[in-house]
Ligand binder design. Sequence first.
Ligand SMILES: C[S@@+](CC[C@H](N)C(=O)[O-])C[C@H]1O[C@@H](n2cnc3c(N)ncnc32)[C@H](O)[C@@H]1O
Length: 303
Amino acid sequence: MQYKEHYSVMEKDVLEFFSRFDKNAELLFADLTLGAAGHTCSLLRNFPKSKVIAFDQDPDAVKNAKNTVPDELQDRLTICPVNFSSFDQQSETKEKKFDGILMDLGVSSHHFDSPERGFSFRFEGPLDMRMNPSSEIDTASDLLESLDDEELLEILYTYGEERFSKQIVENIRNFQREEGRIENTKQLENIVFHAYPKKLRFGRIHPATKTFQALRIAVNKELEVVEKTLPSLYSYLTPGGMIAVISFHSLEDRVVKHQFKKAVVDDSTLRILTKKPRIPSNEEIEENSRSRSAKLRVIEKKV
Ligand SMILES: C[S@@+](CC[C@H](N)C(=O)[O-])C[C@H]1O[C@@H](n2cnc3c(N)ncnc32)[C@H](O)[C@@H]1O
């Protein structure tokens, strides 16, 4: 399925940080989260002699970019179809120095719009949620089988901030005992819906929203991957080079904040450029409600 028209979150802000670079220099960027290629194309267009090495672990994103990135930009784009946690193991990054490295974390709207990927309870689909469906990690359905009650509760509480976690876990276990494995999105939606008190089932946010978010973060080990990858990136920066990270979840932002703080203590050549995270303008939030929880943090290698 081709990706729909796409709005890249905080694109202007990222470009503003990168505006210190000479427009016509032969810059090298890494976009660790290619997605619908919005940020990648914006970098290639705004810096006409730059090259981008882009990563995405989702084969759909890679295929889409190969088909839709305009021909005149393709020869400056290299795609690594892998998890960005292996950034430092790729031949494409070996012995390279980058002027800008960008992470725009999480899943893309394409994931939510594809029933077969199992990210959304809007459609019936397998309860999968792996960003890379051919990887051998556990699916959301597998996790519901293999985790014990404590582990599942912890995931729903911490990644979902779900206050009805206990009731949800209880209902999940009842279903598994009576009907077997939870295989699809609609089964889980229904279980969570009925775990909510009757008077709260029809609120502004659907009861299953937080559970689906929590499971997705757990399936893809989203926080662990960011925590592991950031420290491996600093040595790839040119003097004046920057790493910009856009996160959408308070825990994710906390990981980025702590990693950056630790980095500047360990390495005096690094400096944080965002004391407080940059957030999207009201105008951007109005245009694209998905940007409302975005936070941008930037670190640089001093010149
Ligand atoms: C929010 S979207 C990026 C959107 C993109 N910046 C744009 O403007 O179109 C995040 C993308 O990063 C990918 N992704 C998330 N975590 C990843 C990881 N650890 N390794 C590789 N790709 C990842 C997802 O598959 C998704 O396509």
